[in-house]
Design a protein around this ligand. Sequence first.
Ligand code: ADP
Ligand code: MG
Length: 295
Amino acid sequence: MTTATHYGADALIVCDSLVRIYQTDDVEVQALQGLDLLVDEGELVAVVGASGSGKSTLLAVLSGLDAPTAGRARVGEWDLLAMTAAQRVQYRRSTVGFIWQQTSRNLLPFLSAGENVELPMAVVGVRRAERRRRAAELLDSLGLADRAGRRPAELSGGEQQRVAIATALANRPKVLFADEPTGELDRATGDEVFAALRQANDALGTTVVIVTHDSGVASQVRRTVAIRDGRTSSEVLRTGAGQPGREFALIDRAGRMQVPAAYRRTLGLRDRVRLELEQDHLGVWADDGQEEGGR
Ligand code: ADP
Ligand code: MG
C-alpha cells in the first residue's frame, strides 16, 4: 500500500481524510470530517476557522494528545494512528512543542521564566550547565533576557506567551503547534507573539502551525488554510507578509471543492450548477432551469 508517490510523501505533516468522532452518551459529534492537509518542513502555516470548526481537535491529534477515529496522520516518521502509549510520550518529548491559548496553562506559576524554559530539558536529562545556557540563549533571542528571573505572574500576557514559545522550543522540536496563542491578547501584543513565532520559524527553521479563529492573522503569514466543519476548504498564499494574497480553493481527491459563501451568494449558486470546460479554465453558472438542446 505504501508507494513512493502516495499523498504527501514529501511533506513533514500529512493529514489524509482525517476523521475524529466524539461519542458522548447518545450524541455523536464529527469534529473532523475527512480533513486533508499537507505542511512542508520549514513552513509557517495558519489554520483559520470559526469556533467549533475542529481546529483544537486537529492540533490535539497532531500533537499526540488525542487519537483520530479514522484516516491517516503522519508527522515526520511518526504514524499518529499506530503509536503505542510509550511512543506517544517519546513523540511528544522529541518532536513537538505546544502553546496553548490560556497563558496560565503554558507555564508553571511557581517557577521563574528561566526555570520554566529549563524544565523540558531537565525531563529528558540535559545537564544543568547546558540547560542554563540554552534557556538564556532562547530567552535572549525572544527579547526576554532581562525577564529570566521573573515568575509568570510578574510578566505581561505577551511576555508569558513568549516565554511559553521559548519553553516549547527548549528541546528543539521539529514542529511548534499553537492553539489560539494570541486569543487572550490585544492586537499589538498579539502581533509581538506572532513575531516571536515567525522568528522561531526563520531563525531556527522550526515548522510552525498556528490555529486561530482570527482571520486577521492571514496578513501575518504566507500561507493560510481555512477549515470549515472539520475540513480544509480554501487557502490563501501571499508572497510576503503584508502583501495581498491569492486565494485558492482546495479540491480533494474525489474532486470535491467548496465554493466560498460570498461567491455563492453573489451568483446565486445553490443545489446544482452548470459546469463548462474551457480550454484553460472551468466555467460555473447558476442553474437557470433551462434544459439545453431541446432534450
Ligand atoms: P475549535 O477549536 O475550532 O473551536 P474544536 O476542535 O474544539 O473546535 O471542536 C470541534 C467540535 O467538536 C465542536 O462541535 C465541539 O463541540 C466538539 N468537541 C470538541 N471536543 C469534544 C469532546 N471532548 N467531546 C465532545 N465533543 C467535542
Ligand atoms: Mg479551539
